[in-house]
Design a protein around this ligand. Structure first.
Ligand SMILES: [Zn+2]
Length: 416
């Protein structure tokens, strides 16, 4: 149970909010969030939470189904998304996808309390994944439940997915590869909002795009020699250091809304344990991209930067192995004039009594799969908090409730 922190806004819906937003109960939303925070669900270990989500929907006759996610080759992962659909009365009306991930990062060790406490104090609910993104998950679940009682023309599809925080985003990847989002016209993802935005924005906010991301390795092969005679060999560690510096200083693309691309060498390993000139080193590089920068361009740019150094080592750029060539975190920008943006903006005015601020997401996630791969106009709207992925992570409970109301009202307006 909550300690009452969420009860103050029990009926504090802004003037003129619709019946769907009014159907979102603040206490029920926060209780649901607290229950879900108390079920640990680091990526690849989402089973218990998936079962909880399924049963919560089933208890409300919302006809959930498990959608199996299997990746036998690299991760050997087996798990289940939970999917449900509300059918509207008009097959020609728009369909909206509501997407939230059930997994969190691995529980970090620095917590000074149980990382799954769900403790509420001063309007903040604490726990690993409270903000990223069980707050958003609770919001779409109660929004979906509220929408079930409305007269809808179009369909609303709820997808609670696995493995967003882990490698590859296997849950949403599988939805796309199995054609489960093909009939959707637009998507709402309730990831934490402003705290992960590119620029200073405050909730209520709508984030209309995100940069993309590639991860690549640079293999550096030098030549071993006795460590007392470094000139006799080719030092792979020294050359890898020069490569890291050159890559981090190279010019990258820019976009009027998404800002600049970026290059960040993340890891450098190599060396010899004995008295030898190191013959191998490996550099792992993060590259955030803007529209127009694809894998081929990223590779060409890296190779050109490396070639200009004229190092003696052999240097090779390689992209990490993925379960499917379609798995790419491409950048996307959603048209601010799209009907979903208008519907969510109207809903924000109705629920929060204020215009939304607009921004763009700084990093990547399942929304890239929806916005780029599936080419769905995709909007991120979600509750804020702090210490995301770290110890002391929390979400503001009133923003969870507000997100649920905005999503419910915005979806109703979009599907008609
Ligand atoms: Zn997230």
């Amino acid at each position: 149970m909550t300690d009452g922190a969420a009860t103050d806004e029990g009926s504090a819906v802004g003037g003129g909010a619709g019946a769907v937003a009014d159907a979102v109960d603040a206490d029920e939303t926060i209780d649901l969030l607290q229950e879900m925070v108390r079920i640990p669900s680091p990526y690849f270990e989402e089973h218990d939470l998936a079962e909880f989500v399924y049963e919560w929907l089933d208890a409300r006759d919302l006809d959930p189904e498990y959608h199996h996610v299997s990746e036998p080759d690299i991760t050997e992962y087996e798990g289940d998304n939970v999917v449900a659909r509300l059918e509207g009365s008009d097959p020609d009306a728009a369909t909206v996808l509501l997407n939230a991930h059930m997994d969190t990062v691995k529980l970090v060790e620095d917590w000074e309390e149980d990382p799954c406490s769900g403790r509420i104090e001063d309007g903040k609910l604490y726990g690993q994944g409270a903000c990223d993104m069980k707050g958003g998950l609770a919001a779409v679940m109660v929004a979906f439940d509220a929408l079930a009682d409305a007269d809808l023309a179009g369909d609303v599809v709820l997808t609670a997915v696995v493995d967003e925080e882990g490698p590859y985003g296997l849950g949403t990847d599988r939805l796309i590869r199995d054609g489960r989002v093909e009939d959707c016209d637009a998507a709402v993802v309730t990831e934490p909002g402003p705290i992960l935005a590119q620029e200073d924005v405050d909730n209520p906010a709508l984030l209309l795009g995100a940069r993309g991301r590639f991860l690549y390795d640079v293999e550096v092969r030098g030549r071993a020699a006795h460590g007392s005679q470094p000139n006799e060999g080719v030092n792979a560690v020294v050359d890898a250091g020069r490569v890291a510096e050159a890559l981090s200083e190279m010019d990258v693309g820019s976009h009027p809304k998404l800002g600049d691309g970026s290059v960040c060498p993340l890891m450098l390993e190599g060396g010899s344990q004995t008295l030898s000139v190191p013959e191998r080193a490996r550099l792992m590089v993060d590259r955030h991209v803007v529209p127009g920068e694809d894998e081929d361009l990223v590779r060409e740019q890296a190779e050109a930067a490396i070639a200009s150094l004229d190092v003696e080592s052999e240097v090779e750029v390689g992209f990490r192995e993925a379960p499917d060539p379609g798995i790419v975190y491409g950048p996307y920008v959603t048209d601010p004039d799209h009907a979903l943006v208008g519907a969510l903006a109207d809903a924000t005015r109705s629920v929060a009594g204020a215009d939304p601020e607009y921004g763009y997401f700084a990093s990547v996630g399942d929304f890239n799969y929806l916005g780029h791969r599936a080419e769905l106009p995709t909007v991120i709207v979600g509750p804020d908090g702090e210490n995301i992925h770290g110890a002391g992570e929390f979400v503001y409970t009133d923003e969870v409730v507000e997100t649920a109301r905005i999503v419910a009202e915005g979806a109703r307006r979009f599907v008609g």
